[in-house]
Design a protein around this ligand. Structure first.
Ligand SMILES: [Mg+2]
Length: 253
């Protein structure tokens, strides 16, 4: 089976100054097999660290992922597990079969504006993947999960506070930025903050067929090479009205 599915791009975005670009299942296929290996290591780690059964470890991993968007945050908040140790040991997987396709590097390089990698993957893993798929040197900045802290607290995606911190670091207003991600939760929070949003769906589980408009998704693509088909340089004044109330989710409540 192919690790990529093509759908016709839809929607429209206006040329941003800053692109925030996800890694897993946005730039290559992670869910086609490698995620399974990571999940097995996570279950083993949780089982050993908490002294629970493999079934309980599996349930906890899924529950925390659904609740917080990342498993490690639940393990840290509720069990005091060191996120760096957890992420380092559970991402030590074989990536020899990882690949991307469709002139990904050229697609990224040709995007007008600043490119920032914005991923919940740990640093060392992201670097290995970028090297494997020949994307090193493409991004002007990288925010991996090790960097996802605000005032000393872990704030991985879909944290609005972390998004705001990245924008502030680069002197960019929300309406001047665009998030490209395969995860709808991440896109929803970005939209609530005022960013433009692009759902990248060609890699996720061999393609996620979402064709109907989603009110917090401005454009849908299968591959980064589709961006020029949904991009316009026209500045839309109405876009400035998109600034919304800061979203609500606070894992520390
Ligand atoms: Mg992803």
């Amino acid at each position: 089976m192919s690790d990529f599915k093509f759908y016709h791009p839809s929607g429209r975005i206006y040329r941003p100054k800053l692109w925030l670009i996800d890694l897993d299942d946005t730039l290559y296929s992670a869910s086609a097999g490698m995620f399974h290996d990571i999940h097995v290591l996570m279950d083993d780690y949780i089982q050993s660290a908490l002294g629970v059964s493999s079934q309980t470890a599996n349930l906890l991993r899924k529950e925390y992922w659904q609740r917080y968007g990342v498993t490690f945050l639940g393990l840290w908040l509720h069990h005091g597990i060191d996120p760096v140790d957890f992420l380092t040991k559970t991402h030590n997987v074989d990536i020899s079969s990882v690949k991307t396709r469709g002139l990904m590097r050229q697609s990224l390089v040709s995007l007008p504006g600043k490119k920032v990698l914005f991923t919940n993957a740990p640093n060392h893993f992201a670097e290995r993947i970028l090297k494997k798929i020949n994307l090193r040197g493409v991004f002007q900045a990288k925010y991996c999960v090790n960097d996802m802290k605000v005032f000393g607290r872990w704030c991985p995606k879909p944290s609005a506070a972390m998004l705001q911190k990245v924008l502030t670091n680069h002197g960019i207003r929300p309406t001047e930025a665009c998030l490209i991600d395969d995860n709808l939760c991440n896109l929803k929070v970005a939209h609530q903050l005022g960013l433009q949003t692009v759902l990248c769906k060609g890699w996720h589980h061999h393609g996620t067929e979402i064709v109907k408009p989603i009110n917090y998704v401005d454009a849908q693509i299968s591959h980064l090479r589709d961006i020029p088909k949904v991009l316009t340089r026209r500045q839309e004044s109405k876009n400035n009205k998109r600034l919304r109330k800061l979203p609500m989710q606070n894992p520390y409540d």
